[in-house]
Design a protein around this ligand. Structure first.
Ligand code: NDP
Ligand code: MG
Length: 385
């Protein structure tokens, strides 16, 4: 079997580290080409040595000298800055690019990797939230596969294997409800980052954990599903499922519903994306249905979680709307994590940005860059940062 060359953007993060766990289990199958991180240069150096990476990029150029010194006795090429990230995504020889960056920073490298014909294993959902139209069009034009790492989309993809498009009635995306699912509307105004970061099921990076609490994450996943599976937003439903065992479902025209179940462990969807169309011979941890005698489902409270309807609204408007939502959210989540604004200000900032941003109906990549900057500026104004 040919050894596949894999580049990981965001190797020091939650998804990046778990991706390396999968690669470690399949030395006959994968070889690391490049590893990219932003600030954790020491961890990046350790990873690069262990996996024999050919090159590394540290996004924050201030850490370049440290990283270079840490790898001075190796032949590993060391680079820094966002141009270097684009360079490894585009020009560096690899078969698959795993994009596990967080936020808007993922958009350009994904597009460049697609344009240069590389297969994409995509965790960075913001790429599709912001520019799903241009990303999917580029992937179609280049004949490039985009394999979702997000557990809900991995589940849907698995449910759709062997099915015909015309047989699909609805996609049903499950949602744990996040860390604040037992808080009342009134209690939300006093929520601190420490409380919102305690996700009941999943251990993830801080930004997505806050997005899960606000349900911005679920809104983003609806947008992600719209682009990945080319389906009308009205046919993407969201249900609360607190146990996070059913990762999502597909409802078919004949009344059948297929679901994918498993532990709340990202190793499974990561290995599905990396090994597709094969499956790993062994799970990191085996799942037993008997551990979960009760699985429950409920409607989403749309008053408590306004972000979900805002995401549907962005899909309806199209153009730069979802890019604006994403940009404002990134600024507001960072401010909330830094104790510079309250929990309810996150959705407040998104609403303000959407109501005041310039709207472009058929954006180019440059228009997305401008919309992202403007959304960030509007959020800063709203939050008085
Ligand atoms: P983390 O915050 O844990 O990791 C993010 C990674 O990206 C780190 O390696 C970080 O580097 C790097 N990074 C961040 N900003 C930049 C930048 N501007 N330039 C270069 N590198 C950067 O995030 P997660 O792993 O949790 O999430 C990654 C993506 O996957 C997100 O889009 C998230 O929504 C999605 N996702 C995550 C899931 C999870 O279980 N974690 C589940 C489903 C989707 P460093 O740490 O060195 O600063
Ligand atoms: Mg998810």
């Amino acid at each position: 079997m040919n050894i596949e060359r894999v580049t990981i953007l965001g190797s020091t993060g939650s998804i990046g580290v778990q991706t390396l766990d999968i690669i470690r289990r399949h030395p006959d199958r994968f070889k690391v080409a490049s590893l990219v991180a932003h600030s954790r240069w020491e961890q990046l150096a350790v990873q690069a040595r262990e996996f024999g990476a050919e090159s590394v990029v540290i996004g924050d150029e201030r850490h370049y000298e440290n990283l270079k010194a840490a790898l001075a006795d190796t032949t590993i090429k060391v680079m820094a800055g966002s141009e270097a990230i684009n360079h490894v995504a585009e020009s560096y020889r690899s078969d698959t690019v795993v994009n596990a960056l967080v936020g808007y920073a993922g958009l350009h490298p994904t597009l460049l990797a697609i344009e240069s014909g590389k297969r994409i294993a995509l965790a960075n959902k913001e790429t599709l939230v912001v520019g799903g139209d241009i990303i999917m069009a580029a992937a179609r034009r280049k004949g490039v596969e985009i394999l979702p790492i997000d557990s809900e989309h991995s589940a849907i993809m698995q449910c759709l294997e062997g099915e015909k498009r015309k047989s699909i009635r609805n996609l049903i995306v499950t949602c744990s409800g996040g860390a604040l699912r037992n808080h009342t509307l009134d209690e939300l105004k006093d929520v601190t980052p420490e409380i919102a970061l305690k996700h009941p099921q999943w251990s993830m990076g801080s930004k997505i954990t806050i997005d899960s609490a606000t349900l911005v994450n679920k809104g983003f996943e609806v947008i992600e599903a719209r682009w990945l599976f080319d389906i009308e937003p009205e046919r993407i439903k969201v249900v609360i499922h607190p146990q996070s065992i059913v990762h999502s479902m597909v409802e078919f025209t004949d009344g059948s519903v297929k679901a994918q179940l498993g532990n709340a462990d990202m190793h499974t969807p990561i290995s599905y994306a990396l090994l597709y169309p094969e499956r790993a011979a062994e799970a990191v941890e085996q799942f037993s249905i008997l551990d979960y005698p009760t699985l429950t489902f409920a409607e989403v409270d749309r008053v408590k979680y306004p972000a979900l309807d805002i995401a549907y609204e962005c899909l309806k408007r199209g153009g730069t709307a979802a890019c604006t939502m994403n940009g404002a959210n990134e600024v507001a989540v960072a401010a909330f994590l830094g104790h510079k604004c309250g929990y309810l200000d996150i959705v407040g900032a998104i609403r303000y940005a959407l109501d005041n941003a310039t709207f472009t109906q058929n954006p180019t990549l440059d228009d997305y860059d401008r919309a992202n900057e403007e959304a960030r500026e509007l959020a800063r104004r709203y939050l008085k940062l």
